[in-house]
Each structure stands twice: as structure tokens, then as C-alpha cells.
Design a protein around this ligand. Structure first.
Ligand code: IPM
Ligand code: MN
Length: 360
């Protein structure tokens, strides 16, 4: 029988809908080439949902996600909220609530340097050639979700950073297991010289490491890690870290690849897994057909891996590689000769349609 998967499509704001359309185009080509069946259902999230319902994550969207096999997510955020510090509802709340409600505690962000793009990065090509690491960012705890306060006079504020041992353990296990399939090294990034939560992370991860004797474990303070990522990024294989440090260093890591528009991510945990580009809603580019859809297309490939459709996932990654090799890229990667968002989607879809599957 045909494999059938239900995909909740949450396009969100800014360039979200445009890049999501390209990923769907590519997934439709995958249906044809690999004989699988995807049922796409759209849901509202972010500023688009606030405009329509007043709520950045309506209950119908949660219900849709719960009954789907995966969530494909675009981007959220809108300048009209960024510029209003007093806004009561914000698009970001929708994403954070979705992560929490779906129990998506592990955010997986692969980073690599493409040979064909070494010249794009402001970093020296010699330093970044061959970089290939994955950030495991904890996604449902820490300072993002701790108690927040603001005094009545508005002059005092606090954000609590909290972690429990089981919260650390479950993502650390995933990081160790992932390292086993790679170069067998985990680097825990923390601030254990200052923060008690970081000391908890170290204790828990050290204890767990005993069960993974084949994996090398080392530790870096986040300030040093930020520097090492520029000085010698090839030293990293799996980076394991808490929520906020992971947010910051993954944007930094994108400089190695040359564009935020190339970095996909997967968020997995208790319920339906979610796949999203790590870039934001990039409102300045919205509606102009210039945004790079590759990060979203590569996120769709991570979704296919999650479904066990490895050959199709690999076909997508290969097709993106082919376009990069031929310099068929969007504007941020080549200002002199560039292709549109829809061009890139069409080209990847065409390559998938030409692919000869081995196993179907
Ligand atoms: C990310 C984003 C989000 C985060 C924002 C939009 C809330 O920056 O996914 O990295 O901080 O987690
Ligand atoms: Mn971020």
C-alpha cells in the first residue's frame, strides 16, 4: 500500500508562505517520483493568526497539528509587533506555545560549509572548508519559558532560567545517539563558571556519558564557544546546549554556510515533529519572490528522513547541491546573476521528477 502522511502546513508570516509553497511543490514532485501520498492541511499561526482570530496559535491549529504526522512551518514575526514593546499578543508566542504544546524539546540544526559557497562567507575559506556539525538545542525549557516579572512601576524585570535533570537527560541522550552515527564527539556548551543551571547540565551530561563510552565528550563555555566557532569550526561534531545559547550560536553558525536561507531544522519530542527553516519572516523581502526557499526545502528533506523516506530526502539534498554547484541561487548568494524563489522551487522539483528511484 502507498505510504500516506498528513502534513500540517503552517506558513505564518513574511516570506513564510512563499518559501513554504516551494517546499510543497518539491514534496508534490516527491509524491510522483517515489509513489507516496501527502495530505497537506493549512493552519494559521503568528501575526497572520492574530490578524484573523486575535490569537497567535488558535485551538484549531493545535488540533490540526495533533492529528498530523508532521508539521511544516514557515516563519513568524511582523515589524508591527517588534516595534511595539507593549504589545499584549505577539506572533512569537504562537511558535513558543506550539513548541511547548507539542513537547518539541529537541531542536536539531545541521550546519555545513558547501564547497561551492566558501567564497560567500565572510570567514576565510581555509577555516571553514569541510565544516559539518549539528546543533542540538533544548527547545522547551530555560529562560524562554521561566517565570517573567515586571514591577508595577515598570522599572524592574526578571526572567527565570530553570532546568530539571530529566529535561537535560532526554535531549542529551538524543545528542549522544546522533554522535554515534557521525564523528562520535559531543561538545556541551554552557556557562558553568557562572550559572547553576549550567552546572546541572554538566552533572547530568557527565553521568550520562558513562553509558556512551565510544563518544568523546568535551565542554566549552558559551563565550569561548562563540569564538571557537569562528576560529576553528571544524572541531565540532555535535553541539549540545540549552535553549537561549542554542538560539544565539545557531545564527552565528549560519555565517559559516554563507546564508541563513540555507539552514533547515527539525524539532522533535513527545508529539508531532516539526520542520522549519531557521531564518525568520524577513518582512523586507516578503512578496518580492527573492527569498531563498532552500532552507525550507531542506527542512522538508529532514521531514522525509523522519518518515523513513531516506532516498527521497537524499534526492532533495542532492538537487539542492546541484543548483548550488551551478550557481543557480537567490539574490543574497549572487547579486550579479540570481534566480527567484519560484525558479529555485521549480528547478528542485524538476530534478526530483527526473530522479530514478531505486526502491519503489
Ligand atoms: C528561532 C527564532 C525563535 C527563537 C523566535 C522567533 C522566537 O529565533 O527559532 O531561532 O528565539 O527560538
Ligand atoms: Mn533564533
Amino acid at each position: 500500500m502507498k505510504i500516506q502522511k498528513r502534513i500540517a502546513v503552517l506558513a505564518g508570516d513574511g516570506i513564510g508562505p512563499e518559501v513554504i509553497d516551494q517546499a510543497i511543490k518539491v514534496l508534490k514532485a516527491v509524491e510522483k517520483t517515489f509513489g507516496v501520498d501527502f495530505i497537506f492541511k493549512k493552519g494559521l499561526v503568528g501575526a497572520a493568526a492574530i490578524d484573523a482570530t486575535g490569537n497567535p496559535l488558535p485551538d484549531e491549529t493545535i488540533a490540526l497539528c495533533e492529528k498530523s504526522d508532521a508539521i511544516l512551518f514557515g516563519a513568524i514575526g511582523d515589524p508591527k509587533y517588534d516595534n511595539d514593546p507593549n504589545a499584549k499578543v505577539r506572533p512569537e508566542q504562537g511558535l513558543l506555545k506550539l513548541r511547548k504544546t507539542m513537547g518539541l524539546f529537541s531542536n536539531i540544526r545541521p550546519v555545513k560549509a558547501y564547497d561551492t559557497l566558501l567564497h560567500i562567507s565572510p570567514l576565510k575559506a581555509d577555516n571553514i572548508k569541510g565544516v559539518d556539525f549539528v546543533v542540538y538545542r533544548e527547545l522547551t525549557g530555560g529562560i524562554y519559558f521561566g517565570k517573567k516579572t515586571r514591577s508595577a512601576d515598570g522599572q524592574h524585570a526578571s526572567d527565570l532560567c530553570e532546568y530539571s535533570a530529566p529535561e537535560v537527560e532526554r535531549i542529551a541522550n538524543q545528542a549522544f545517539m546522533a554522535a554515534r552515527l557521525r564523528r562520535k564527539k559531543v561538545t556541551l556548551v554552557d556557562k558553568a563558571n557562572v550559572l547553576e543551571t549550567s552546572r546541572l547540565w554538566r552533572d547530568v551530561v557527565k553521568k550520562l556519558a558513562v553509558s556512551y563510552p565510544d563518544i568523546e565528550l568535551d565542554f566549552l563555555f558559551v563565550d569561548n564557544a562563540a569564538m571557537q566557532m569562528i576560529l576553528n569550526p571544524r572541531q565540532f561534531d555535535i553541539i549540545l546546549t540549552e535553549n537561549m545559547f542554542g538560539d544565539i550560536i545557531s545564527d552565528e553558525a549560519s555565517v559559516i554556510t554563507g546564508s541563513l536561507g540555507l539552514l533547515p531544522s527539525a524539532s522533535v519530542g513527545a508529539k508531532t515533529a516539526m520542520f522549519e527553516p531557521i531564518h525568520g519572516s524577513y518582512p523586507q523581502a516578503a512578496g518580492k519572490n527573492i527569498a531563498n526557499p532552500m532552507a525550507t526545502i531542506l527542512s522538508a528533506a529532514m521531514m522525509l528522513d523522519y518518515f523513513g523516506l531516506h532516498e527521497a530526502a537524499e534526492a532533495i539534498r542532492k538537487s539542492v547541491d546541484v543548483l548550488l554547484e551551478q550557481n543557480i541561487v537567490t539574490k543574497e548568494l549572487n547579486w550579479e546573476k540570481y534566480y527567484s524563489t519560484t525558479d529555485i522551487g521549480n528547478r528542485v522539483a524538476e530534478l526530483i521528477l527526473k530522479h530514478n528511484p531505486v526502491n519503489t
